[in-house]
Design a protein around this ligand. Structure first.
Ligand SMILES: [Zn+2]
Length: 184
C-alpha cells in the first residue's frame, strides 16, 4: 500500500526521545527516533499518540529479528536497509517488503552474489523436479515447451529456498532449492 508523500518536517528537538543522558545511542534507536520525530508523517492522533506508533514498534522488532536470525550486527542491518531505501520510510518499512523470517522454510546467507554463484550452480524446480542452472525459473518455462511453467514468485511459495546476499540487501530472495552433491 503506497501512502501519499508529504514534505519532510521534523518535530522540535525538545520533543525527541533520546536514551538516558550521556549513553551512546545505537543506530536503531537513532533511526526509530528520527521516524518518531518526523512531523510530516508521524502526525498526532486525535485520541492521543501518533499515526505510526504501532508501525514503529513493528519496525524496531523486525530489525532486531533480522539481526538475530541472520546473525548480522544491528547497526549493519540498519545501514543496509537505509542504503536500499529510496523512498519514504512509511512506504518502505512495510510487512510486504520485509517477510517474517520465521515463516520462510530455509534461508542461507552469503557475503556477495559471487559467493552465492560459486556455491550454487543448479536448482531443482519445486513443481516438476527438473534440475537446471536458473535459480528462479524452470528450464521448461524458459524453453516454453509447455511441460512446466514454474517460477519463484510468491514469497511464501511452497518449496522455495531463500537467500540473503549481504552486500546487496538483507531482504530474502526466493529461489529454487539449490542442488548439491548431497541432496540430488
Ligand atoms: Zn518445473
Amino acid at each position: 500500500m503506497a501512502l501519499a508523500e508529504p514534505g519532510m518536517e521534523e518535530y522540535p528537538p525538545e520533543m525527541e526521545s533520546h536514551g538516558q543522558g550521556g549513553k551512546e545511542v545505537s543506530k536503531l534507536d537513532e533511526l526509530i527516533s528520527k521516524f518518531e520525530n518526523d512531523k510530516s508523517w508521524n502526525t498526532p492522533e486525535r485520541g492521543g499518540g501518533r499515526r505510526f506508533d504501532k508501525e514503529l514498534i513493528w519496525i524496531r522488532g523486525m530489525i532486531e529479528s533480522y539481526s538475530e536470525k541472520l546473525n548480522i550486527p544491528l547497526d549493519e542491518v540498519v545501514d543496509s536497509f537505509e542504503k536500499n531505501r529510496d523512498y519514504s520510510w512509511p512506504n518502505y518499512y512495510q510487512k510486504a517488503h520485509f517477510p517474517d523470517l520465521d515463516k520462510l522454510e530455509a534461508i542461507s546467507v552469503y557475503e556477495t552474489l559471487e559467493d552465492f554463484k560459486q556455491t550454487n550452480k543448479r536448482f531443482k524446480c519445486p513443481s516438476c523436479g527438473n534440475v537446471y542452472e536458473d535459480p528462479t525459473r524452470c528450464e521448461h518455462r524458459i524453453k516454453e515447451d509447455g511441460i512446466c511453467d514454474w517460477t519463484a514468485g510468491g514469497l511464501f511459495q511452497i518449496g522455495l529456498h531463500h537467500v540473503v546476499i549481504k552486500d546487496m540487501t538483507l531482504v530474502p530472495i526466493g529461489i529454487f532449492q539449490p542442488v548439491t552433491e548431497n541432496n540430488k
